[in-house]
Design a protein around this ligand. Structure first.
Ligand code: ADP
Ligand code: MG
Length: 230
């Protein structure tokens, strides 16, 4: 590119001096973070340091009270928007413990939230399922009901790969799975990012930390992000 159009906003998810509480307990203390398309940032740190809370606050979990600071998507604040609208602006969160949704089939759910339909979308979904080592018939199963821990993680990743959101928050998508799965997840995450998404990869899996050691690694402790631990 030879010039920069002054009217184009720089695509970036920005967390600015975010302070948040759960039940009057301060869980995030002035957290700063930026995440741009094409980039993987690894977030690690001990249990209870606030990693999941940070991801849930970015997604708009109403149980968390934002006390100060802001969350911007492409320059616009999303702090007061409900999770569905944040999703429409490109934010996607895969939960550490994905909840079950009774009566909603996985494939149906994906079509609904993507706004897509027809054989091409279904073919693509099945293809991604296969790449993740899942039997495509899983798309007919109810969302996360009766799925094993490893299957849930893969279904969460399937959602991200199908939806291709701009800002993807993956909360321990590599925990409780075997070595081959960790490697497959890392490979798919790289593909997602090469396709133009941004990924915040929350992990304390040593293998993932090794695979992503060439990427920025942020460490969280006591509700704060300590810059570049990698
Ligand atoms: N729903 C909740 N109710 C009360 N406290 C919570 C809740 N969720 C998280 N916390 C508290 O917030 C802190 C950060 O937790 P969390 O974000 O889950 O950490 P991490 O993901 O880094 O292990 C912990 O002290 C935890 O006990
Ligand atoms: Mg967590």
């Amino acid at each position: 590119m030879f010039y920069k159009d002054v009217n184009t906003v720089n695509p970036v998810l920005e967390v600015k001096d975010l302070r948040a509480r759960i039940d009057d307990k301060e869980v995030l203390r002035r957290v700063k973070l930026s995440l741009s398309p094409g980039e993987i940032k690894v977030l690690t740190g001990p249990n209870g340091s606030g990693k999941s809370t940070l991801a849930r606050t970015i997604m708009g979990d109403e149980r968390i009270e934002v006390v100060e600071g802001d969350i911007l998507v492409d320059g616009e604040s999303v702090k007061d928007l409900p999770p569905e609208e944040r999703f429409r602006k490109g934010i996607f969160l895969s939960f550490q413990m994905p909840p079950e949704f009774e009566g909603i089939r996985i494939g149906e759910f994906l079509l609904r939230i993507s706004g897509r339909s027809g054989p091409e979308a279904i073919r693509e979904m099945k293809e991604i399922a296969k790449e993740l080592g899942l039997d495509p018939s899983i798309l007919m199963r109810e969302l996360h009901r009766g799925l094993s821990g490893g299957e849930r993680k893969r279904v969460e990743l399937l959602q991200a790969l199908f939806l291709k959101p701009k800002y993807v928050l993956l909360d321990e998508i590599d925990s409780g799975v075997d070595v081959e799965s960790v490697e497959l997840i890392a490979k798919k995450v790289k593909e997602l990012v090469d396709g133009g998404s941004a990924v915040l990869f929350i992990t304390h899996n040593p293998l993932s930390l090794k695979i992503f050691s060439d990427r920025p690694v942020l460490r969280m402790e006591g509700g704060r992000i300590l810059e570049n631990a990698g």
